[in-house]
Design a protein around this ligand. Structure first.
Ligand code: ATP
Ligand code: MG
Length: 204
């Protein structure tokens, strides 16, 4: 951990969450347990820069699905920092904003799946990112988890229960009239139906 005298340990789970699914929730829960985190804050992206060329559901829908999915866990919270910032979402801005909110006594653990970790050095201001948080890479079916190219002591790799779920697959299932029950929380299934998300005629 780059900081000393940390009194609060907070995980950060960033994502597009279009929709949030049990892969995200299991990863957050497992990292919270392994690192004795006081809280995990889920941060839905505003305009994800890596997804500029693909249609993404409105930020407010993704934010609300994240609130619904995390509401029952007293240690899970949701932040609007990225949703409320204009322009593309960069993780360095997320970390700077959260640091301002939480103050100097908080140690941050940024959670990423194996696929996101592979690309992390291409993220904006990667060097500074590693100073603001410890990074935790988690296993994800279909991707190799490695910290080979990453700076020493900045990343921990942990194995989490394998959940072969992606938001892309959930969207495709809804578009194809297939169920997403048990892949996403019940309230999220209901929210998707209520808002008509992922039907071929709407966002896809
Ligand atoms: P999409 O298919 O739209 O890219 P996704 O399922 O990859 O969606 P994201 O919102 O892109 O979900 O991912 C947010 C974070 O959660 C990333 O760090 C990603 O690697 C991680 N993640 C997503 N699904 C899983 C999973 N099944 N197991 C472990 N980590 C996951
Ligand atoms: Mg993804």
């Amino acid at each position: 951990m780059p900081r000393m005298n940390v009194v609060r340990r907070v995980g950060i789970m960033g994502g597009t969450f279009d929709p949030i699914h049990h892969g995200h929730l299991v990863a957050a829960s497992e990292v919270a347990d392994r690192f004795a985190l006081d809280e995990v804050v889920f941060v839905p992206t505003g305009h994800p820069w890596q997804k500029a060329d693909v249609p993404v559901s409105p930020a407010e829908d993704r934010y609300l699905m994240t609130v619904i999915a995390t509401a029952s866990n007293p240690r899970f919270t949701v932040s609007r920092v990225d949703v409320d910032r204009t322009g593309p979402t960069y993780t360095i801005d997320t970390l700077r904003d959260l640091k301002k909110t939480y103050g100097p006594d908080t140690g941050f653990y940024f959670i990423t799946g194996a696929d996101a970790l592979e690309r992390i050095l291409s993220w904006k201001d990667a060097d500074e990112m590693f100073k603001l948080a410890h990074f935790v890479g988690v296993t994800r079916p279909g991707f190799e988890l490695s910290d080979e190219h990453l700076p020493a002591d900045t990343v921990s790799l942990i194995e989490v229960p394998a959940m072969a779920i992606s938001s892309t697959a959930c969207r495709a299932r809804v578009a194809g009239g297939k169920p997403v029950w048990y892949l996403v929380p019940d309230g999220v299934v209901q929210y998707i139906a209520k808002r008509g998300l992922y039907r071929l005629s709407s966002s896809e």
